[in-house]
Ligand binder design. Structure first.
Ligand SMILES: Cc1ncc(COP(=O)(O)O)c(C=O)c1O
Length: 374
């Protein structure tokens, strides 16, 4: 049997990692500023993370949600404290798309309405409901086309008002910072206006913080830079440093009922042990502050670089739009200088490194970048 070839792949296979370093089987060393798509939050094979997973695997790897699991309550308490949402409730699942599916379902249950407003260029995942609110017809099959979903341009409050004032929307879903689109930020003013419009029209505000959250932008969630609270927040990617997990944080105003959500694997013992270890490491090593500090260094070093048309993002969620003559730089960074980075289309390089990245590693990257663009 062969693999179903849906991914564009480089012919490189990392087999070992430590911190922000990766090695291939033949001992070639690479520096990881991509984090496997914003997933590696506390570095590859962090000793505390490895020990926690080992210990849990030797104790109890899995049991279903038909029984109590105090690791889930420990995680909920820690996440409540770290996120600034201590009074919200936690539902655990297995991926970002699944977290968004559950968020939209909850909003619909809570309001009794069915429509959802999403934004131009948004990406919320590839399962049916999630891809239905993703503004990319290329990845939406006819089965996924959803007449209940409308799109408004990001940062256009008038367009949002026109839609929400109809009083028919269950939810608005917005990324803390748009990632897959190429790092586009909702302005603080836009998010504040969105909050007001949701309050006025009884619409649930869902913040998709799957890529932008978990400390990456220098606050726990990116929407918190605007000083607002969302009604539902979705997390995944870095939450368990590569162990599959999704999370939905739910306002106390939304009431649960038996069976309205559910999953076999969600919140299993191994995933919870991994996620608890991530929060412990984040707290002990002050990683949110490190993301802000190293992010500031990248901004100073690269925002006026001659290859950069526009520097976008916050903290360690960075989009570097290249001038046309520098398209191809990402491949050169990888093959000539051994740096993994992310992309959004041909002309945007995305940096999504582990929050543990040191200034020394950041400087090494900037040096390589400058050498290639000299
Ligand atoms: C903002 C956002 N939402 C949702 C998802 C989907 O997450 P997953 O691939 O875990 O389903 C992603 C993945 O890139 C994302 O960036």
């Amino acid at each position: 049997m062969e693999l179903f070839p849906v991914y564009k792949q480089w012919d490189i296979e990392p087999v070992k990692g430590l911190g922000t370093t990766l090695w291939t089987a033949d001992g070639e060393e690479y520096t990881d500023l991509y984090g496997g798509h914003a997933v590696i939050s506390v570095g590859h094979c962090h000793p505390h993370y490895v020990a926690a997973l080992n210990k849990q695997a030797q104790t109890l790897g899995f049991y279903s949600n038909a029984v109590k699991n105090s690791l889930q309550s420990t995680l909920a308490a820690k996440l409540g404290e770290a996120s600034g949402y201590p009074d919200y409730a936690l539902f655990l699942c297995n991926s970002g798309a699944e977290a968004n599916e559950n968020a939209l379902k909850l909003a619909s249950f809570a309001t009794g309405r069915a429509r959802v407003l999403a934004f131009g260029k948004a990406f919320h995942g590839r399962t049916s409901g999630a891809v239905g609110v993703t503004d990319n017809p290329k990845i939406r099959s006819p089965f996924n086309a959803n007449p209940l979903v409308s799109f408004a341009p990001l940062n256009d409050l008038d367009a949002v008002e026109r839609e929400l004032s109809q009083g028919t929307y269950a939810a608005v879903i917005v990324e803390g910072i748009q990632g897959v689109a190429g790092i586009y930020e909702p302005t603080d003013q836009f998010l504040q206006g969105l909050r007001e419009l949701c309050d006025k029209t009884g619409t649930i505000l869902v913040a998709d913080e799957i890529q932008s959250g978990y400390g990456r932008t220098g606050l726990f969630y990116a929407h918190q830079h605007a000083g607002i609270k969302a009604d539902i927040i979705t997390s995944a990617k870095g939450i368990a440093n590569g162990f599959p997990m999704g999370a939905v944080l739910i306002s106390p105003a939304i009431k649960p009922s038996y069976g309205m959500l559910g999953t076999t694997f969600g919140g299993n013992h191994l995933a919870c042990a991994a996620a608890i270890a991530v929060l412990e490491i984040m707290e002990k090593e002050q990683l949110v502050a490190n993301a802000a500090k190293v992010g500031e260094y990248f901004r100073e070093a690269l925002q006026n670089d001659k290859a950069v048309k526009e520097y976008r993002g916050r903290g360690l969620m960075i989009g570097l739009e290249l001038k046309p003559e520098y398209v191809g730089l990402r491949d050169r960074l990888l093959f000539e200088k051994h740096f993994f980075t992310g992309a959004a289309g041909e002309n945007v390089i995305r940096l999504l490194p582990s929050l543990t990245i040191s200034l020394e590693t950041a400087r090494k990257f900037v040096k390589a970048w400058k050498e290639l663009t000299a």
